[in-house]
Write a protein that binds this ligand. Structure first.
Ligand SMILES: C[S@@+](CC[C@H](N)C(=O)[O-])C[C@H]1O[C@@H](n2cnc3c(N)ncnc32)[C@H](O)[C@@H]1O
Length: 254
């Protein structure tokens, strides 16, 4: 099996594919002052197996388009949606986030947890702006430095993994320069990484290795994930996901 398929097999069995939490998604909803009653059109971009999609569908009167480029993840989400009786609220779309087939000003809310880095934060906030109605809301989480300086080994690691990693003030500045009014920011607490993402993943390693006959490729994936977890445990004082909430401005205004 290709490494890519192995990674899908490891992650598709999880509730989420990145750090996050229901309470934190709810906190973002309340910062955004999103009304649970008004009918809304929402796109959840890079939804994975749908932790955030399901929460939004449960709490809001909304039509949600859940987008991911991996059909395997969307199939898991479709089953979860059906089991929870939420099929009327959620439609899946298998599509790359850099080629979305949405119309101008089609959505009230664009939501994206732990996924915008795939196109890059700046490019994502610029490209997705046109899909939002004026006054619509962008809610995205993005890896963020939470200290002004950090150990050079950590700096080097993240700059090679994701050169756009930066402090929150820089991310907020990007929002301000690109047609948004930032209205809220907070960082994901440690339990979103450890209890909600890394520990369940570690608990799944044994079955994952068994399913793949303890192959070299499967062991290499487990090693890479363990290195990422060790890095987080050692340096968690310096980085987290920032959750950014911003409103689209009317750019025709003087
Ligand atoms: C770190 S995971 C986060 C998933 C989910 N939002 C969560 O928090 O559990 C990133 C997601 O983005 C998806 N993804 C990566 N590149 C993509 C692209 N170009 N277009 C659409 N989805 C993409 C991955 O398949 C994965 O589901």
């Amino acid at each position: 099996m290709e490494d890519y398929q192995l990674l899908i097999d490891l992650h598709k069995r999880s509730n989420r594919q990145g750090p996050g939490g229901d309470a934190e998604s709810e906190k973002a909803l309340s910062l955004a002052m999103i009304d649970g009653v008004a009918p809304l059109k929402i796109a959840d971009i890079g939804c994975g197996t749908g932790a955030s999609t399901l929460l939004l569908a449960r709490l809001l009167e909304a039509q949600i388009t859940a987008v991911d480029f991996l059909q395997d993840f969307l199939e898991v989400l479709e089953n979860r949606v059906e089991n929870m009786g939420l099929s009327e609220k959620v439609t899946t779309l298998c599509c790359s986030m850099d080629n979305l087939p949405f119309g101008d000003e089609e959505y009230d809310v664009i939501w994206s947890e732990g996924a915008i880095y795939n196109v890059g934060f700046e490019r994502g906030v610029i490209d997705w702006n046109r899909f939002l109605k004026v006054g619509g809301l962008l809610v995205v989480s993005e890896i963020t430095w939470i200290t002004a300086s950090r150990p050079s080994a950590l700096q080097k690691y993240w700059e090679s993994e994701y050169p756009e990693i930066d402090v929150a003030s820089s991310k907020i500045c990007i929002l301000e320069k690109n047609g948004y009014s930032p209205i809220g920011y907070f960082i994901l607490p440690e339990h979103c990484w450890l209890d909600n993402y890394y520990r369940p993943m570690q608990n799944s390693f044994k079955d994952f290795l068994n399913r793949h006959g303890n192959s070299e490729a499967a062991r290499a994936i487990v090693e890479t994930e363990n290195r990422e977890i060790e890095l987080y445990e050692k340096y968690k004082a310096h980085y987290s996901y920032g959750v950014y909430v911003a409103r689209k401005l009317d750019q025709r205004m003087p």
